[in-house]
Design a protein around this ligand. Structure first.
Ligand code: ACO
Length: 401
């Protein structure tokens, strides 16, 4: 119970909003979501159009700059990113310090944070050009770091970025087993990954982006802000769900076991939820899930992959969509439900799924950080609380307690 009289005078309205379900923490012109209608737009462009006609680097430009690039602007942007894909050699020493079995997200978080020690606070982040450079560096280097973390985790030597390749193919080349020369990367795989990157690039004030903005509101180094975003993304309620979905589908194992999984998810005592279902904002459908679902069939078909987990996923979706529990609570498959099946078909290991999400979301994180830093209204984020602790009492000496 709050004593309103004791609140500072300038407090217009004090709300208890657990999980920020109804509180806007900023103004933003980047991404628009209408959760009831299943609408998602980046800078006003519907996600369906971008998924069909654009590519990830162009989308990253759009998110950062607010407009689609002209040909020369895109070429310059791509050139800037390509110029910054390499890592300082000292990163290798840093990487070598991790345990051999560390989770790639743990390594990514540490490595991105360590960028703050390479591009440190002597740089003037008041200068918009310096801020843009930080954003470009992050978009360029996060895939290199991600691939390095993976290769380290399986004991392979690092591979340097091939700068004659495009963004997505360059990443696949750095990460995957030695491809033959001339480079033979499957164009279907590259297109599917590009699509997943577009769909994951931004999603307004989700937990990780809000984290980036909260850290950014203090004026912290941009690499530290993005490392905090990586940390927030890792949780299974957020980006970690894509890894959790695949594990869950594997545990369900066969279509005949689907109904008991659905029943278990309805039982609150079980502590089990259907991973990849439900969303804080989408209460109709997740438009990204719709696009990914279509792409899943295409990828499996074109790559000739017959994945029994897809049958389990389809059965699970069907069973949940006609179940009163899920209907009443408006729980639909979200972006992560099918993405894992595509990643698996592309030969990307499960523990890298959330890292893939992080590569794409870096474009959103840096765009929000840039928007925030340029905003004259930016002030330090400082949530309030409803205090539930002890009332005032006197200190008791240790011998008398
Ligand atoms: N399985 C079973 N029940 C669920 C699920 C689920 N996946 N999601 C929500 N519910 C139930 C809750 O138990 C609750 O039931 P109640 O009203 O009877 O208490 C109701 O639906 C509302 O759930 P909340 O947790 O209050 O919804 P919230 O908006 O806070 O959470 C979230 C959204 C975290 C995504 C949740 O749906 C969830 O945990 N889903 C599974 C994890 C997942 O897929 N996360 C990825 C989200 S997308 C992304 O971050 C990229």
């Amino acid at each position: 119970c709050i004593d309103i009289a004791k609140l500072p005078k300038e407090t217009g309205c004090f709300t208890y909003d657990n999980g920020f379900t109804a509180t806007a923490a900023c103004r933003s012109a980047i991404t628009y979501i209408d959760g009831d209608a299943g609408v998602l737009m980046y800078r006003g462009y519907p996600i369906e159009q971008l998924a069909k006609q654009s590519n990830f680097v162009e989308v990253a430009y759009l998110l950062m700059h607010g407009e689609l690039p002209k040909q020369d602007e895109l070429a310059k942007f791509e050139g800037d990113i390509t110029h910054h894909t390499m890592l300082h050699e000292a990163f290798k020493n840093f990487l070598d310090g991790f345990r051999h079995d560390a989770h790639p997200m743990a390594m990514l978080m540490g490595m991105v944070g360590s960028m703050a020690s390479f591009y440190h606070n002597n740089l003037d982040y008041e200068d918009p050009a310096e801020r843009r450079l930080a954003a470009i560096r992050l978009i360029a280097k996060v895939p290199t770091i991600a691939a390095a973390c993976y290769r380290y985790s399986i004991g392979w030597p690092l591979r340097y970025p091939r700068n004659n390749l495009e963004y997505v193919t360059r990443f696949l080349h750095m990460m995957k087993e030695v491809p033959s020369e001339p480079l033979e990367l499957n164009p279907v795989a590259a297109k599917a990954l590009d699509l997943l990157f577009i769909l994951h690039a931004d999603h307004e004030q989700n937990a990780s982006t809000s984290t980036v903005r909260l850290v950014g509101s203090t004026g912290a180094n941009p690499y530290a802000c993005v490392a905090a975003g990586v940390a927030a993304l890792w949780g299974p309620a957020h980006g970690g769900a894509n890894e959790a979905v695949l594990k869950m589908l594997g545990e369900i194992g066969r279509p005949e076991n689907v109904q008991s999984a659905v029943d278990k998810a309805k039982d609150k005592e079980s502590g089990f939820r259907l991973m990849g279902f439900g969303h804080r904002v989408y209460k109709n459908f997740d438009p990204r899930a719709k696009i990914i679902r279509e792409m899943t069939y295409k990828v499996l078909d074109e790559l000739g992959v017959n994945d029994p987990l897809l049958d389990v996923a389809i059965k699970l979706e069907e069973a949940a969509l006609k179940d009163e529990y899920f209907i009443q609570r408006k729980l639909y498959p979200n972006v992560d439900f099918y993405s894992g099946i595509i990643y698996k078909a592309l030969g990307i290991p499960t523990e890298m799924f959330t890292v893939m999400f992080a590569i794409a979301r870096t474009a959103g994180w840096v765009s929000h950080w840039l928007e925030q830093q340029a905003d004259p209204e930016n002030k330090i984020g400082r949530p309030r609380q409803v205090y539930t602790g002890a009332t005032e009492r006197d200190y008791v000496a240790i011998g008398k307690r």
